[in-house]
Design a protein around this ligand. Structure first.
Ligand code: NAP
Length: 248
């Protein structure tokens, strides 16, 4: 079977991998969920949209002669990771996850860990505050359960329908972010508390450094359970894995 990679993307790391794979001349397809209006263009053939669950992905793998799957999705895109795991098992195709280590608290951090978005909403019980919600648009509706707060919503695209939160400000921005910018954002909007996911990686870490510098509390959503599969931490290691699994 000839080598043909399917890269499940939507992260900075996936884009770095696409560049490396294209430069190496490896046949590959890049896949986006289609969540943002103008996704970053890739130097690889790109498809957009869901596959139709694990069965749909298995069918796509078979029909497109995919020989290897790289799960380079965000650590909170658990549904896609599980679908990829089951589809690769069904099609007997090797899969690897390109992962990033979770963030760990440093001296001066005031983190409160919660297990999911509902936990973050519950942690916001109490008097009205100004909250920086750095979560992605699909998680915003849950915060109607704590609608006393003023939310600063950092989003990639302007929402098509205004969020159902009585007090909010939308800030449009696409990472990677830096500490100076995040400090300015938190100061300009008089933020009292930050809510975010433990995404790991460097592109979104600045908000944690900014919160530390301003002595702000952070409600940090812990990662969901992900399938146990081969993992690597760099794009170079993925290319090496492809070469090795091709040779066997
Ligand atoms: P999810 O809940 O795990 O996936 C929901 C469904 O979206 C999947 O079942 C699949 O649909 C489709 N999907 C997800 N990723 C896809 C991909 N790369 N290519 C094709 N279809 C995909 O995913 P999510 O949390 O909504 O994340 C969606 C995308 O945004 C991912 O690419 C992820 O890397 C990126 N992202 C997510 C977050 C986050 O916090 N969750 C943050 C930054 C970026 P079907 O079942 O129909 O195949």
């Amino acid at each position: 079977m000839t080598t043909k990679l399917l890269i499940l993307g939507g992260t900075t790391e996936a884009s770095a991998l696409a560049g490396l794979v294209a430069a190496a001349g490896v046949d590959a397809v890049f896949s986006y969920a289609g969540r943002v209006a103008a996704p970053k263009s890739q130097p690889l053939p790109t498809r957009v949209g869901g596959f139709g669950g694990a069965d749909g992905l298995a069918q796509y793998i078979g029909e497109s002669n995919i020989s290897h799957v790289v799960d380079a999705t965000h650590p909170f895109a658990a549904q896609m990771s599980w679908n990829a795991y089951h589809a690769c098992k069904a099609e007997d195709v090797p899969m690897i996850a390109l992962t990033r280590p979770a963030w760990c608290a440093q001296a001066g951090d005031r983190w409160r860990h919660v297990s999911d978005v509902d936990g973050a909403v519950a942690a916001l019980a109490g008097r009205a505050k100004r909250v920086l919600l750095a979560l992605g648009k699909q998680n915003v509706p849950a915060f109607v359960g704590a609608s006393q707060h003023h939310y600063v919503l950092r989003l990639v695209d302007q929402p098509e329908v205004a969020p159902d939160l009585p007090h909010h400000t939308v800030v449009l921005a696409r990472g990677p972010f830096d500490v100076a910018g995040d400090l300015a954002l938190m100061r300009d909007h008089a933020i009292d508390v930050v809510v975010c996911k433990n995404s790991g990686g460097s592109g979104a870490e600045a908000k944690l450094a900014a919160a530390r510098a301003l002595d702000l509390p952070v409600i940090l959503i812990d990662r969901p359970d992900l399938p146990q599969c081969d993992t690597c931490a760099t794009a170079e290691a993925v290319v090496e894995w492809v070469a090795q699994t091709r040779a066997t």
